[in-house]
Design a binder for this molecule. Structure first.
Ligand SMILES: Nc1nc2c(ncn2[C@@H]2O[C@H](COP(=O)(O)OP(=O)(O)OP(=O)(O)O)[C@@H](O)[C@H]2O)c(=O)[nH]1
Ligand SMILES: [Zn+2]
Length: 212
């Protein structure tokens, strides 16, 4: 899938508890996107959006980058079913302590299946399915995401080398494929809790996520 256009929609001042950022909104238009669920036809055109929180001088050296997929339940409600909110805070802590870096927040709720489908997947997980089985049972791929939008956004910022916070090899591959060198991978591991240990184990054992 490739984008017809990628547009920077807005760029504003953004003071936060982690320090001072610019907040930027981006939209990418994909014509004839592939469906992620054969029972749900894809629209003729899909618009993907992402927010970039940019701190400091990102051009002085390869900056720290976090590509974070939206998780309403974790990011907003502090869910302990997953590790998303801790990863988000860990990334903002790192950017804040270096005084520079970029958090790319992608609207890819539920690994791209959307919020309602993710909640249905949670129901199935309450009945014994793991996170992959639940997606498949609902007709979705295990992971519907691709990471072309963040790669294109970083390129549009003039970046050719970054330090990426992730345990997901697909994010590293996506940036390298787009011509952005990942000069360092920083671990996104958070300590497991009894409520998310099975979920984290499935990601490591069956989705190829790195342990540290
Ligand atoms: N479908 C589905 N999505 C989930 C579930 N738990 C969390 N998510 C979503 O998973 C996404 C986060 O993906 P992760 O696999 O934790 O991490 P990652 O972004 O692939 O990789 P890291 O960079 O290492 O964090 C977010 O969009 C969450 O909403 C679940 O059980 N089912
Ligand atoms: Zn989550």
């Amino acid at each position: 899938m490739s984008f017809e256009t990628i547009t920077k929609i807005a760029d504003a001042d953004f003071p936060t508890a982690w320090g001072h950022f610019r907040i930027q909104g981006y939209e990418g238009v994909i014509a004839n996107p592939l469906p992620c669920n054969d029972a749900i036809p894809a629209p003729a055109v899909r618009i993907e959006s992402a927010v970039a929180l940019v701190m400091g001088d990102i051009h002085a050296a390869p900056p720290i980058i976090r590509i974070h997929s939206q998780c309403l339940t974790g990011d907003v409600f502090h869910s302990l079913r997953c590790d998303c909110q801790q990863q988000l805070h860990q990334a903002l802590d790192r950017i804040s302590s270096e005084g520079t870096g970029i958090l790319l927040y992608e609207q890819q709720e539920g690994r791209g299946i959307g919020l309602m489908a993710k909640l249905r997947a949670y129901e199935l997980q309450d009945h014994g399915r793991n996170t992959i089985e639940a997606n498949l049972e609902l007709g979705y791929a295990a992971d519907c995401r691709h990471f072309e939008l963040p790669a294109e956004i970083l390129k549009s910022m003039g970046l050719t080398a970054v330090r990426l916070i992730t345990n997901n090899p697909e994010k590293v591959e996506a940036l390298e494929l787009a011509g952005i060198r990942v000069v360092e991978r920083l671990s996104a591991t958070v300590p497991p809790a009894p409520t998310n240990a099975d979920y984290l184990r499935t990601k490591q054992e069956q989705m190829g996520h790195l342990v540290s």
